[in-house]
Design a protein around this ligand. Sequence first.
Ligand code: PLP
Length: 451
Amino acid sequence: TTTKTKLQTIDAQHHIHPFTDSGDLVKKGTRVIERAEGVYLYDSEGNKILDGMAGLWCVNIGYGRQELIDAATEQMQQLPYYNSFFQCTTPPTIELAELLSELAPDHLNHVFFTGSGSESNDTMLRLARHYWACKGKPNKQVIIARKNAYHGSTVAGASLSGMTVMHKQGALPIAGIEHINQPYWFGEGFDEDPNEFGLRVARELEEKILELGEDNVAAFIAEPVQGAGGVVIPPESYWPEIQRICDQYEILLVSDEVICGFGRTGKWFGCDYFGTKPDLMPIAKGISSGYLPIGGVLISDEVAETLKNSGDEFYHGFTYSGHPTAAAVATANIKVLRDEGIVERVDQEIAPYFSEKLQQLASHPIVGEVRTLGLLAAIELMQDKEQHLFFEDKGAVGTRCRDISVTNGLVMRGVGSTMVMSPPLVITKEEIDLLYERVLKTLDDTAAEFL
Ligand code: PLP
């Protein structure tokens, strides 16, 4: 047992953490992060840790940017808060809506603001169902999502998520949500040609629509690259087939861009990377680089016009929808990303370097596969790579590897036995070299314990 600091003791007594075994807080204590700068975190024990996860996939421009601090300060002095209900709004909310419309694909020129990614997905669900009702097709209600997806922790978000551990708590999913398989070739399709596998799992959407009847299906939701599910990069064949199916059966395509949005893939949005044309796009996280909570749903012209012409109100909204201070910070964040060419730099320079470095780890004895896309990465830990044999207790090895990584000065996360990373987009090549060294050391240490 370790000696816990006063802060850790108080924390264990009073703070229930998200996605954390409360018993562990009492036993092991928490890591108290006190400050951060650029890509580095500093904890209360004096450790300097490279943040390979950009917080929770969100601090795209890195920590400590003065432009965002100034935007928040100035807006708080001017007008810290007002709502956007009852025909009111504020200047920063308007400016952000315009900026998002400029950056998003051409047909997405409308936004509904929320306070988080979960709220964005709740909004998406109600909006998709309401849209079909406005179109005179009120039976189109079912939303199809994917197994192992993460779309949030609110009742709708957790229902859309395809993680069975979440469904066990709170009697989820709610009615009218179905799940199909994910395009996880390395874990679930290794015997097949990747593109044939991609087509086969995409066609599960078609089978599900035919089973339910297209008149009953409202939308399909997926992340361009499934993030929290283990950075699942789909085979090339996957997205074009999904787009075909959605078009053919008149199903709204929802691209959950909470992680993939705002440069993570080297394009502004993941749908730009894969060339899909979503009708709705939930966003959050990187919109403000996490400096303040804000999210939204980007909405196509067709859906927005239908709502406007319906003669009905959309009875939905949050106190913090379009929050002016959060909106001012998001705008400042997007301007940093845009004006400094950060997204283009990721695409042309940093992502290729990141990929080249990390691919060197593919020959490591404990590594079955390394995959990267933009600044997203997954490293598959395996018991026996020749036999394509995963560890029996995947969670145990992933969790241990995560803990070893932090000890080695790097935040890397374990999803089962898949180690994932998503560093800030401003990471330099020198910092990637350091990240690589720390991953290598962590893999060596993990292999010494488990192989
Ligand atoms: N959608 C995706 C793809 C996510 O990764 C997350 C969070 O990790 C969410 C939605 C939920 O966002 P939030 O935690 O802001 O509610």
